[in-house]
Design a binder for this molecule. Structure first.
Ligand code: HEM
Length: 234
């Protein structure tokens, strides 16, 4: 029984011969005799040779791979370089012809005329020489009489109304009446604008034009009095 079982168990393996695995074969490359560098003659030759060794070395894996990759482009396959702007032919003040040079260059000149100054009222005007803000500051602190009155007065609207000429222009700002006559040629907004409030209360117009301007400081030496309500007529 035991022998029967043993025979049965080992019958498969014993009948079939185990296959021998394929023996790996290695290819060995031996460098040429002249390159081995072991001989005395070759050693001397190498010392004189300044050529660097090939990198990656010949027959290397990198070399095999790179051979499959697309190589460097030849000169004719490369994209041509951008055209060189012809700076030598440029002349100052003369615009470049549209074909030459780069469009990114700063234009040498412009054909667009400058915007014309607006004739509309409401802008700054060119002050005549000697009428700058500094000149006004010098004049008002010079001690010259810019008020035209001996003492400060109580001025009702009917009196204010009479001082509406260029050579006698009064106006009220925030309850104070100023003689603007001397200031007219110094006003950056022009005489005409200032004359719009001559002989009346200019508080509203002043505030809507330039509320940031300190009229009390600018016209301190031109103060003539205070605006008072009209006295009841007898
Ligand atoms: C007597 C009182 C006034 C004084 C002291 C005065 C003073 C000034 C000053 C200092 C500026 C220059 C402002 C700046 O550069 O920012 C100016 C500009 C101007 N003012 Fe007067 N101003 C007076 C009354 C008026 C009135 C009543 C008007 C309008 C009817 C007026 C119209 C203008 C205008 C249009 C400008 C030019 C604004 C601009 O373009 O910047 N000003 N004024």
């Amino acid at each position: 029984m035991t022998s029967y079982l043993r025979n049965w168990l080992y019958s498969g393996t014993s009948s079939a011969e185990p296959e021998t695995p394929p023996v790996p074969t290695f290819q060995t490359f031996s460098p040429p005799a002249s390159d081995d560098g072991e001989g005395e003659d070759t050693e001397t030759e190498q010392q004189d040779d300044d050529t660097p060794p090939a990198f990656p070395s010949l027959n290397s894996a990198q070399r095999v791979q790179s051979a499959k990759m697309p190589g460097f482009l030849s000169d004719s396959e490369r994209m041509p370089p951008p055209p060189v702007p012809s700076l030598s032919v440029r002349r100052p003040g003369v615009p470049n012809p549209p074909s030459s040079g780069s469009s990114l260059l700063v234009p040498t000149t412009t054909t667009k005329p400058p915007p014309k100054p607006s004739k509309k009222a409401g802008g700054k005007v060119a002050l005549s020489p000697g009428h700058s803000p500094l000149d006004w500051a010098a004049l008002k602190s010079s001690g010259a009489d810019l008020r035209g009155v001996d003492s400060l007065m109580r001025i009702p609207p009917s009196v204010l109304k009479k001082h509406n000429k260029r050579d006698d222009a009064w106006s009220a700002f925030n309850g104070k009446v100023y003689n603007m006559t001397a200031y007219l040629p110094f006003h950056p907004g022009g005489e005409r604008e200032l004359m719009r409030v001559a002989g009346r209360d200019g508080t509203q117009l002043f505030a809507s034009t330039h509320a940031w301007v300190n009229v009390d400081f600018m016209l301190d030496s031109c103060l003539v009095g205070f605006l008072v309500p009209e006295p009841p007529s007898p």
